[in-house]
Write a protein that binds this ligand. Structure first.
Ligand code: GLU
Length: 284
C-alpha cells in the first residue's frame, strides 16, 4: 500500500465539451486531495479520440479551471503529444506476447454476440467474443497484407496468467483483489490511434508520477484493467480513490449527456467561482 510517497494527483478530462459541474467536482476533489497535504496537482487532457475531442474545448477547460480558482503544477499535459510513448508500451506488450490484432468492425462484433449462444458477459454487458483471438498466424498475416485495419486487444486470460495474482488499494474501500476478467479482451490500441484510454492512462500516470488517482466511481471497474497493465509494463502503482458522481436534486447524474450546467453558463449567469464551488460542496 503506497502511503509514504508524496501525494501527486491529477485531473484528466476528455475535451469533448465544455466543463460541467461533474467535471468541476472531480477537479476539486483531486486538487483538494493534493493541496491539503502539500502535494502536487496536475492536469492532463485526454484527447486521443480525434473524432470526439476538440482543441477549443481543451483550452476552455483549462480556462474554466483557472476561473474556478484551481492552480496546478507543471505544464498541462496533452495525450496527443505522447503517442510515441504509447507506441513503446505497445511494443513491450507485444514482446510479452499478450496482444493480438482484431479486424472486427463494431457491427461484426454485435452480429457475433447475437449469434453466439453463450457470448461472454461482464459487469458492463456483452464482451468481445474473441473472434480474432483464434486466428492463425497466417490468417493474421494475410489480413494485414490486404491492408485490413486492426485494433490490438489484450488476451486477458494470458495476460492475467502472466501477471499472477494482483491487488490494488482504494482509499475509500481498502484492498481490492484485481479482477479484470470481467472486461474481456480490452483494446489497447485502437484502429485509428496507437493507444486506447486504458493504455494511455497507465503510461501517463506513471510518467506524471501520480501516486493517488482520484476519479468517479463509474471508472471503478477500469481500475482492475489498469492494475494489470501496470504490472505487465512494470509501471509504478498508485493508490486510487473513486468518488461518488454528483447528482442533481432528482438523483440524476450530472453529465454532459443530460445537459448539466456548464461552468461557462453559470459564469455568464453571473455566478462567482466561490458560489459554483459551494454548489458542489466545496465551501472554502
Ligand atoms: N478522461 C477520463 C474521463 O474524462 C478520466 C480518466 C481518469 O480519470 O482516469 O472520463
Amino acid at each position: 500500500m503506497p502511503t509514504s510517497r508524496p501525494v501527486v494527483t491529477r485531473f484528466a478530462p476528455s475535451p469533448t465539451g465544455y466543463m460541467h459541474l461533474g467535471h468541476a467536482y472531480a477537479a476539486l476533489f483531486a486538487w483538494r486531495a493534493a493541496r491539503t497535504v502539500g502535494g502536487r496537482f496536475q492536469i492532463r487532457i485526454e484527447d486521443i479520440d480525434k473524432g470526439r475531442c476538440r482543441p477549443a474545448f481543451a483550452d476552455a477547460i483549462v480556462e474554466d479551471l483557472d476561473w474556478l480558482g484551481l492552480d496546478w503544477d507543471g505544464p498541462v499535459m496533452r495525450q496527443s503529444d505522447n503517442l510515441a510513448d504509447y507506441g513503446r508500451a505497445i511494443e513491450r506488450l507485444e514482446a510479452l506476447d499478450v496482444l493480438y490484432p482484431c479486424f472486427c468492425t463494431r457491427s461484426e462484433i454485435r452480429a457475433e454476440i447475437a449469434r453466439a449462444d453463450a457470448a461472454p458477459h461482464g459487469p458492463d454487458g456483452a464482451l468481445y467474443p474473441g473472434t480474432c483471438r483464434v486466428l492463425s498466424r497466417d490468417q493474421r498475416r494475410a489480413r494485414i497484407a490486404l491492408g485490413r485495419p486492426f485494433a490490438l486487444r489484450l488476451n486477458m486470460d494470458k495476460a492475467m496468467a502472466l501477471a499472477g495474482p494482483l491487488d490494488w488499494h482504494d482509499r475509500a474501500l481498502g484492498r481490492q483483489p484485481c479482477d479484470p476478467a470481467g472486461a474481456g479482451d480490452v483494446v489497447v490500441a485502437r484502429k485509428d490511434t496507437p493507444t486506447s484510454y486504458h493504455l494511455a492512462v497507465c503510461v501517463d500516470d506513471h510518467r506524471q508520477g501520480v501516486t493517488l488517482v482520484t476519479r468517479g466511481e463509474d471508472l471503478f471497474q477500469a481500475t482492475h484493467i489498469h492494475r494489470l497493465i501496470q504490472a505487465l509494463l512494470g509501471l509504478d502503482v498508485p493508490a486510487w480513490h473513486h468518488h461518488p458522481l454528483i447528482t442533481d436534486s432528482t438523483g440524476a447524474r450530472l453529465a454532459k449527456r443530460n445537459r448539466a450546467m456548464t461552468l461557462r453558463a453559470l459564469r455568464q449567469a453571473g455566478k462567482y467561482p466561490a458560489q459554483v464551488r459551494a454548489m458542489i460542496g466545496f465551501e472554502s
